[in-house]
Design a protein around this ligand. Sequence first.
Ligand SMILES: [Zn+2]
Length: 295
Amino acid sequence: MKSKHRKIRKLWYAVILVLIASICICLGILFAVNQKKKNTAAAISTPTASATAVPSVSAVPSASPSEEPSEAPSEEPAEDTAETAPAEVPAAESASSLSSEFTDTSSLLILANKKNRLPEGYVPADLVDAGIPCTNGSALMRSPAAAALQQMYNAAAADGVSLAISSAYRSESYQSSLYYNYVSMYGEAGADTISSRPGYSDHQTGLAADFVEGGDADFNESFENTASGKWLASHAHLYGFIMRYPQGKDGITGYNYEPWHFRYVGTDNASAIYSAGADETFEEYYQVPGGDYAS
Ligand SMILES: [Zn+2]
């Protein structure tokens, strides 16, 4: 009987051990589950935390993407407008909006060519006689040009060259009679090749003069070989004059080679243009429209 009791006791112990073990396992499982819940709760709360942080974090990336697109598109159109703007500005300039230094009648750079008409009936206010030999009446020029011409005349004389001019300032009405006389003889197209239309002549600025020697070379390309022609070509810029219509530049100036026609622009401007090349034109140097008449 004692052994039976022992067996029963052992069984009880075993059952109790199993119970304790199962309780422990259950507690362990519960603990583990609880931990998992806590973890997922923490995981959910950290995502929300990182979610609130994410926007701020993604605000940084989204700030840089939003900067890039906002910069890139705003740059691209800016470049587009920057690309089209310069193309429009010269076009606008070539139309009528030349810088005032080329349109202001007091400017020594006032432009008279086939693309830019002088103001209707323009007469320079400071015309004076240059006081040098002139074969065609008066040698009227604007006063700064007249003073420079006198200096140039004296300098050439010192070098043994006797300068003389045929005409300097021409009024619009005089140019008109000249031009329409040519039109009656050669037609408009023919007249345009040898004479300026009224209002378009460099001579009307009071800053231009035609030099002559009284021989066959007058108003001829061979004037470049005369004493006056040679001296002027290499010295005129020192006194503020440029050869207005150099050889081979008729497409730019609108006129054939005229080695006798000089235009006063001031010594600084003349030296700068001459330094750019002996055949540099006013139109090239100042990048102003030139060539033939628009119509
Ligand atoms: Zn001339």
